[in-house]
Design a protein around this ligand. Sequence first.
Ligand SMILES: C[S@@+](CC[C@H](N)C(=O)[O-])C[C@H]1O[C@@H](n2cnc3c(N)ncnc32)[C@H](O)[C@@H]1O
Length: 536
Amino acid sequence: MSNPKGRLELTWMGKDQALIPVDHGKYDYEWVSTQDPRAREVRTVDVNGSYGEGPDDNLLITGDSGDALRALVSVPEWADRYRGKVKLVYIDPPFNTSQVGFEHYADSLEHSIWLTLMRDRLVYFKDLLADDGSVWVHLDDAEVHRMRCLLDEIFGAANFVATVVWQKVYAPENRTDVSASQDYILLYAKDRPTWAKSRNLMPRDEKQTAQYKNPDNDPRGPWKAADATAKADVGRRASQFYTLRTPAGNEYQPPSGRCWLYTEDRFEEMVADNRVWFGKDGGSRPAIKKFLTEVKQGVTPSTWWPYTEVGHNQEGKKEIRSLFPSIVPFSTPKPERLLERILHIGSNPGDIVMDCFAGSGTTLAVAHKMGRRWVGVELQSDTVATFIEPRLKAIIDGTETGGVTASTGWAGGGGFGTAVMAPSMYEVDEDGTVYLSEDAVNGAFSRSVCGQLGFRFEEGDPIFCGRKGRTRLAVIDGMADEHVVRVVVSSLAAQEKAMVVAKGLQEGVAELLRELSPGSRIRKAPEDLFMKRTVK
Ligand SMILES: C[S@@+](CC[C@H](N)C(=O)[O-])C[C@H]1O[C@@H](n2cnc3c(N)ncnc32)[C@H](O)[C@@H]1O
């Protein structure tokens, strides 16, 4: 389908709308206009606990990922910490497979809902990612093709890096027509050329290293014989075609369609430096010696990830079972080795890794063991309490011995902060009129207004609760009258302006404020907080 701009684009019912979660901690969503305050509301991230040391490094949020991401990009304190700073996002969202029987979450969201949810979150990822960052989206056949279109639209087709094929099962399913062996992990870069320079190589495995030998005891160490010819295409010089004489006197021409890799002069220099191999007898066709010490220190990652290298679904389940032997294991945990590879390629120790569909917490667990900082979001508080928190605590305590603990050399340490998404401050009735909810009182309301209007929260001042440059924010939990305005203005320092937000405005206060402090403004909550755009 093509849109009016003529660009190829996936469209769906409700693409121009927003979705809001309607029931806390479940999978119910409601379509609303993108102007609806509940879709634009920046909810507060309420930090409510911590575990271990250095809890500010890592953050575990219970709540909807859309709410959490909007807060992380909008609330100045969080935006400072995360915007443009996240090195890697991995998500393993519900696959939308319509499979029934998953114990811990519903996996049959309708396509339009699924696409809208994903689109909204991908847009935030783009904002959060560092210039050399990458996003890895784990899916199966149900939605992978639609997600490719979506990712192209948001990240740009030029930033598509690869589709990783993960061999997820070791035993085929014989009760179906064709048994699916793989999942897909779509890899997009924030900016592909920048990412390409910073991504890590895979360590050379023993088999690959064993290809380097040293039959002539070269002091430069083991080497591998590489082709001494190149394709004779355009750009090759006439001086790359000549008859080559070996030390034993044999003569060779490049095979047809090929030329020598080097000109004759350069070739002689290579021979003098003992970088050409003519076989033990000195009379074979030449090969170039590629020394292990001189090649890239690793191999380029490729897209085929067999379970022998990164584990399979059952391995993930087994890891969860051994952590929690007495409970029904989480439905779809990924093996730690899979995440180890992803985090190895796309991040370095100290980098921030994010997973906002955290599930049993595999990404966070592996990130922790690999010395990355992390942010996790999970909707279901049960899942957080049953799996994620105890898993991370055991890792921090050094009592967890499974997964990649041994291969990463993990011995315990670190910590994390926990947070929940604060409830909504707004209600919208059937006519689209916005009301403040019963939660919109006192400190909670002030904090929420700070986040909504982009003010930095300030504690301890009797009048003001936020600051943005030279503007101070005063949130009045009631009516703003003449007295309130006079107190606010008299509390301003020289050069400062006020933004007053009140639940009610006495007639004439806006004019009074402007008169007493030109440039200061007053807004009525809730309607003026959303820039007076009407709710459809
Ligand atoms: C496939 S599981 C992730 C499994 C995880 N990779 C692991 O290894 O355990 C998807 C998770 O996303 C959560 N989820 C679904 N919708 C969400 C939302 N809107 N916000 C946050 N989490 C959500 C589900 O509750 C579920 O735990």
